[in-house]
Write a new protein. Structure first.
Length: 74
């Protein structure tokens, strides 16, 4: 069942996102799930755009490490 597999995958990814440190979690959630740009996230959270992009970069690295056993990132 493709739909179930897609739902299950999204659930695993969301769990990994929610386990991130707060600053990274907020940045990832707003960027990928809510569709905000990094500058918008910076304005809303009171951080600099550079800081938000750094949070996103660190979060991507951590998520890749957390999910590497389940996904092929090549």
């Amino acid at each position: 069942m493709p739909f179930y597999d897609e739902y299950d995958t999204n659930s695993e990814v969301l769990k990994a996102v929610m386990s991130l440190p707060e600053k990274e979690r907020i940045a990832v959630y707003m960027y990928y799930y809510e569709g905000y740009k990094s500058a918008e996230i910076a304005h809303i959270t009171g951080k600099t755009d550079t800081a938000v992009r750094t949070y996103l970069m660190r979060a991507r690295k951590k998520l890749k490490e957390m999910l590497k056993e389940d996904y092929d990132f090549e």
